[in-house]
Design a protein around this ligand. Structure first.
Ligand code: FES
Length: 177
């Protein structure tokens, strides 16, 4: 088959995972992650390619991709901001933080700032409840947020590409493959 969206390199990266899994279907999450790493989001043609590679139907891949918030269904900015809105974070100010970011960047949830730097998503618990409110930007956590910290973090990222206010890397070994 001629693949529509995934590059030869991406196909090879996914194929290299085959021996680690009992069957191809169990490779759906890693395959989506690899595709997203390589093209920035999970497009429809990419899902069709993954279905072909894993002997699944496109809808089976689509169901998985749309269930998990870590998969981007459309292109995102250079920095993907994911603010947790689950109970522990909401109780200590997640909603005002989300509203603050929206106002600051002049975007709604799911949108990307005009300069292409930031996309805002709202997600469920990211397992840092003890230091709520928190957000993840790309693969870094930022905790105990205040509007002042948000200002500093976004400014740092835009000017330096990193911020000393990061509290650690995001780790989810099962999905890291
Ligand atoms: S409730 Fe926000 S990290 Fe758990």
């Amino acid at each position: 088959m001629r693949f529509k969206a995934l590059s030869k390199e991406t196909i090879e990266r996914i194929k290299a995972e085959f021996p680690k899994y009992p069957n191809r279907r169990s490779l759906t999450l890693p395959a989506l992650r690899i595709a997203q790493e390589d093209i920035g989001y999970v497009s429809e043609p990419a899902m069709i390619d993954i279905a072909e590679l894993l002997d699944l139907t496109p809808i089976q891949v689509y169901e998985v991709a749309t269930f998990y918030s870590q998969y981007n269904m459309k292109p995102v900015g250079k920095y993907l901001i994911q603010v947790c809105k689950t109970l522990s974070c909401s109780l200590v100010g997640a909603i005002p933080i989300i509203e603050y970011i929206q106002k600051k960047l002049e975007i709604a949830i799911g949108e990307t700032s005009e300069d292409g730097f930031f996309t805002l998503k709202v997600v469920e618990c990211l397992a840092a409840c003890g230091s709520a409110p928190m957000m993840q930007i790309n693969d870094r956590y930022y905790e105990q947020l205040t509007p002042e910290k948000v200002d500093q973090i976004l400014s740092d990222l835009k000017t330096n590409g990193k911020s000393d206010l990061a509290t650690g890397p995001f780790m989810l070994p099962v999905l890291q493959g």
